[in-house]
Design a protein around this ligand. Structure first.
Ligand SMILES: [Cu+2]
Length: 301
């Protein structure tokens, strides 16, 4: 029975692993129509998370499901009223009880080994090369680069006609992308200004809650140049589906040029952030900012 279950699990697994090959051309940094596997990763954390899901969790859950299904079918066929008119009268079996207590514990311990390794990897951020502050608003994102003295700028959803004209995915593309250098550790400080949002970019394997009055931290290191999309991942109101995250990973030279262009025209910034930047207290002022509109927040729920 166990061998049969393992066989079924193995064939199911090979079918699942083979499936992504059916998708014509897998898109990077965004969903691929018709694909069923997880979105491909462009950061080490994402690769590890995909391995944990596909190579550890999926085979285990498949094997357990197949085993339980097999046992059920066996009992239904072998021990129904016709096949087994006089059932046994005994109850309790120490061996069986020890096995069905110990086996799940061992399975959980096995999962925990890989799970904890991944959790520690997420928390063990290398020394960051760049810090970005991402603030969730109803319903857009504000990005600030404190070290580069780039005051907060607003990133809205790119309207449908403009997205079509540019050939970029509507509801994923943003008016102003988050720009990061490739192969550099980027720390993201995430907070919310009104209600709880969440900063999530699937291809980075990153999802962090944006909570008013609190600063959460996450990090990523993109291994290739490109555009990668994410979305708010916490139901935050009527336009929750319309506050995309667009991240552009560029070469260090392009990043420096972008920083220079941003610093050159502070007029694009919000008045408060710009004023704070002039006074040289941008981070403190910005950190305090989300708390001020907080009293109005409950009405928004
Ligand atoms: Cu949101």
């Amino acid at each position: 029975m166990r061998a049969l279950a393992t066989g079924v699990a193995a064939s199911a697994m090979s079918a699942l692993f083979a499936a992504p090959a059916f998708a014509k051309e897998e898109l990077l940094g965004q969903p691929t129509p018709g694909a069923i596997d997880l979105q491909r990763g462009v950061t080490p954390l994402r690769e590890d998370a995909i391995f944990f899901h596909n190579a550890i969790l999926l085979p285990i859950i498949t094997a357990i499901t197949a085993l339980v299904l097999g046992l059920l079918i066996w009992v239904v066929i072998r021990y129904n009223r016709k096949a087994n008119p006089t059932p046994a009268r005994w109850s309790h079996n120490t061996v069986v009880e020890v096995v069905w207590t110990l086996a799940p514990v061992l399975v959980l311990v096995f999962i925990a080994i890989f799970s904890f390794k991944l959790l520690f990897a997420y928390h063990d951020m290398p020394k960051p090369d760049l810090t970005i502050k991402a603030t969730g608003y109803q319903w857009y994102w504000g990005y600030e680069y404190p070290d580069q003295k780039i005051p907060e700028f607003v990133s809205n959803i790119l309207p449908e006609d403009q997205a079509k004209a540019k050939g970029v995915p509507y509801r994923l593309a943003a008016t102003q992308p988050l720009v990061v250098p490739v192969n550099k550790t980027v720390r993201v400080l995430v907070t919310g200004a009104d209600v709880i949002h969440a900063f999530a970019v699937p291809s980075f394997g990153v999802i962090t809650d944006a909570i008013p009055g609190r600063v959460n931290e996450t990090w990523f290191k993109v291994d290739r140049i490109g555009t990668f999309y994410g979305q708010c991942r916490e139901l935050c109101g009527v336009d929750h589906a319309f506050m995309p995250i667009e991240v552009r990973a560029v070469s260090q030279a392009d990043f420096d040029a972008w920083v220079a262009s941003k610093v050159a025209k502070p007029a694009a910034a919000t008045p408060t952030a710009a004023a704070a930047a002039v006074q040289g207290k941008a981070p403190a002022a910005a950190a305090a900012a989300p708390t001020s509109p907080a009293p109005a927040a409950p009405a928004a729920y």
